[in-house]
Design a protein around this ligand. Structure first.
Ligand code: UD1
Length: 368
């Protein structure tokens, strides 16, 4: 029986996934839960506001690792997490998504012989130039229990030789949070904003760290803002790149740039958008659930179900295509999509059921 569960979170998309699981385990009873925040995201807008809006309890430990190269950030998380796990090993570590905090947590748990479970297991972009793909591969290799959001996740894991007994398809916990908080989501008052509008997010290194790629996207957004309103909450990584090259700073009376928004404010904007332009993983899922056309500025996705069954279109770095797809969405010809199985707001309850029933692991011998 598993009784003591430790959640490891660190970056914005982790918080939306951990919140429903924490709540479902609490509602089920019989679990003692604790929470480690690695501090990968630390701005109030990227962290504290979300904790509050999502109803996550204050972390028991905040590792305060902050920013750094991938090696520095991952190593810092490992160094600071290890003594916490070693001093008081839980029965299970719960890890979320594909950020550096996820992989670092998996490595520390595996080295200490503490079993770990991965929420959002099995997703693959098959693109190892993405740091998240490396994090997914390592995390899934090391976890004892792999909780997948969709059928493709199971298939990827089986193809990699994972034992079927480790895999449980539970659905999408991000959608649990979305379904719960949708009624409370309200767009912030943004002067000058009117419907119809396009909502934009961009933060992937491939799009924002390369000045030519970023300039091309910003130019396309400025052209779109000649036809309709465009709202763009700017991630800190993207903000730093724009500030470093003031000549590319986007402008236009109908282009509205904001600081990163809270979950409820962003969701409020999302539900009213005519289309969304993004390179985020989670937003590809949220737009599919909401039935809003999503144009993803990436050549691939680890969430193919959003393209096959949902409202997502991959436009890659083809800005002519982006413009054409935006025109189509704005004139009502965007993808409509259909509901995805198990994206129903109850994934966390299924995880709680799985953890309550789970006895299929043996604690490996602890290193001396
Ligand atoms: C990370 C995740 C990415 C996820 C994204 C969501 C990895 C490898 N990447 O990317 O998968 O989609 O979070 O936002 O884990 N910064 C701040 N304040 C903060 C956080 C970051 O100013 O609170 C700035 C720093 O300059 C930092 C940069 O943003 O260097 C990037 O942050 P980092 O956590 O390294 O990666 P993200 O781009 O946010």
């Amino acid at each position: 029986m598993i009784r003591r569960i430790l959640h490891v979170v660190g970056a914005r998309p982790n918080f939306m996934k951990a919140a429903p699981v924490h709540a479902a385990l609490k509602a089920r009873g019989g679990f003692a839960q604790s929470l480690v925040h690695t501090g990968q995201h630390y701005d109030p807008a990227m962290s504290d506001t979300l904790f509050r809006q999502l109803g996550l309890p204050a972390p028991d430990h905040n590792l305060g690792v902050g920013s750094g190269t991938h090696a520095v950030q991952t190593a810092e998380i490992m160094v600071r997490l290890e003594p916490i796990l070693a001093a008081d090993p839980p029965d299970l570590v719960l890890l979320y998504g594909d950020v550096n905090s996820t992989m670092a947590g998996a490595l520390v748990a595996a080295k200490l012989g503490v079993p770990a479970a991965h929420v959002e297991a099995g997703l693959r972009s098959f693109d190892r130039t993405m740091p998240e793909e490396v994090n997914r591969l390592v995390t899934d290799r090391l976890c004892e229990l792999l909780l997948t959001p969709s059928e493709d996740g199971d298939e990827n894991l089986l193809r990699e030789g994972v034992e079927p007994a480790k895999i449980r398809r539970v659905g999408n916990v991000m959608i649990d949070t979305l379904a719960r908080l949708l009624p409370a989501a309200v767009a912030p008052p943004l002067p000058g904003l009117a419907a119809p509008y396009v909502l934009v997010t961009l933060h992937r290194p491939a799009n924002v760290d390369d000045p030519a790629a970023l300039a091309a996207i910003l130019k396309t957004l400025m052209r779109a803002a000649q036809k309709t309103h465009v709202v763009f909450p700017v991630h800190p990584r993207t903000r730093a790149r724009i500030d470093a090259a003031p000549s590319m700073a986007p402008s236009g009376s109908r282009l509205i740039l904001t600081a990163p928004l809270g979950y409820l404010e962003f969701l409020g904007l999302q539900k009213g958008a005519a289309a969304v332009v993004t390179d985020s993983g989670g937003i590809q899922e949220e737009t599919t659930y909401l039935g809003i056309p999503c144009l993803t500025v990436r050549p691939n996705t680890e969430r193919p179900v959003t393209v096959e069954s949902g409202t997502n279109t991959l436009v890659g770095s083809d800005m002519t295509r982006l413009e054409a797809e935006l025109d189509a969405a704005l004139s009502g010809r965007g993808k409509k999509g259909r509901p995805i199985p198990l994206w129903d707001g109850r994934a966390a309850e299924r995880i709680a059921d799985e953890l309550a029933a789970w006895s299929g692991w043996r604690r490996p011998p602890r290193p001396a």
